[in-house]
Design a protein around this ligand. Structure first.
Ligand code: GLY
Length: 376
């Protein structure tokens, strides 16, 4: 099936990720947190014990409701706290968590719940993939970024001192439950950051989604759960298709999801993660679109539409003071650089499948200089 061609069935039916025995549903709805216990029972009928990996601020907001739902479904649940953000994704911390699983008597019939943003999801997915050679896990993403991207597709990781996400596995969750009411408590800058990824899906796969974002514009920042449910469902359905076509990211299909990430990721590293992911990716998308225009793929009008949409969400407006040479070096260190050259996801238009191309250092430097120059 054409990527992005399938539409979510309705607002209540789950989106299915079809991967044979590793298939799973994604539920997206306002208030669905209270149904997690029942949904786990449907997906994992024999599981009756779990550990919830979360962080103190997230636990404060949603821990009680999640525990209530799980216990109400006859599931014994224990929370385990991780630090907030990327600090959670360390080898040492993963070791501590594995010890907690042993302390709590987690066995192969038990499961792990990731309650949090992308970092908690990556960590919990990683430890569940190696504990007792792999136990089931359930993703309950609490940020827009995690709901539209990182909770889906089974990529798990911790960081290494030499780079982000260098240690990890593919381990599909058994279930993803995205409660869009959670967006009401999300800091506005986190919401903006997630919207960068939503724009990404519009550009790489769905012109209708892109246009809907343009129509809604800044009103999306009001975080109306019904509006966000539409966007999260759309993005989840698109991501599901990419994952179904290229689960292990070996065919240059899933790689399209990294649109804007080659530069974005390097920028995040240079900014020591002080810059939000969505902001860094927005800058990266503008650079990749400009490269695309220079390579003769993208019309300048489409590039400007992308830039304009991102700017409506406050993204790609400013760039921290960076040096092109260091940025290029950081890109080379990124694990996605193959055979000594940098590979870019190059958009071919709005709503069109991108192409993956090696781009010369000279062209990258020139384009970066231009993009930075325009923002200076
Ligand atoms: N976030 C990119 C991927 O899941 O492949």
């Amino acid at each position: 099936m054409e990527i992005g061609a399938s539409k979510p069935d309705s607002d209540t039916w789950p989106i299915q990720v079809n991967l044979g025995v590793r298939s799973y549903p994604i539920y997206v709805a306002p208030g669905i947190l209270s149904s997690v216990g029942r949904l786990v029972r449907e997906s994992l009928p024999h599981a009756n014990k779990c550990v919830i990996v979360t962080s103190p601020p997230i636990n404060e907001l949603y821990g009680e409701a999640l525990m209530k739902s799980l216990i109400g479904a006859g599931i014994d649940a224990k929370p385990v706290m991780a630090p907030d953000g990327e600090d959670a994704k360390t080898w040492d911390f993963a070791g501590n968590i594995l010890g907690d699983f042993l302390d709590h008597g987690i066995d192969r019939g038990s499961f792990i719940v990731a309650l949090g943003g992308g970092a908690i999801g990556d960590l919990a997915g990683f430890v569940s993939s190696i504990y007792l050679r792999g136990v089931n896990h359930v993703q309950v993403p609490t940020t827009l970024l995690a709901q539209v991207d990182s909770s889906i597709g089974g990529k798990t990781a911790v960081n290494h001192r030499r780079g982000k996400n260098l240690i990890g596995t593919f381990h599909q969750p058994s279930l993803v439950v995205s409660d869009t009411n959670m967006m009401k408590t999300l800091p506005p800058e986190e919401l903006r950051s997630g919207l960068g990824e939503v724009v990404k899906y519009g550009v790489i796969s769905d012109l209708g989604l892109f246009k809907r974002l343009e129509e809604k514009g800044e009103t999306i920042l009001e975080a109306d759960p019904n509006v966000l449910t539409y966007f999260v469902r759309k993005c989840a359905a698109i991501k599901a298709k990419f994952v179904e076509e290229d689960e292990k990211d070996t065919k240059d299909i899933r790689a399209a999801l990294n649109y804007g990430h080659t530069v974005g990721h390097a920028l995040e590293i240079l900014a020591k993660f002080k810059l939000r992911h969505g902001e860094a990716v927005a800058f990266g998308m503008n650079v990749a679109a400009k490269l695309s225009q220079r390579l003769g793929f993208m019309e300048s009008m489409d590039l400007e539409r992308q830039r304009g949409l991102l700017e409506q969400f406050g993204l790609g407006v400013e760039t921290p003071p960076i040096d092109v040479k260091s940025l290029l070096e950081a890109m080379y260190k990124d694990k996605k650089s193959k055979e000594g050259s940098i590979r870019f996801v190059i958009p071919t238009g709005l709503g069109c499948r991108p192409t993956i191309r090696k781009v010369s250092d000279h062209l990258i430097s020139q384009t970066l200089e231009e993009e930075i120059g325009e923002k200076a």
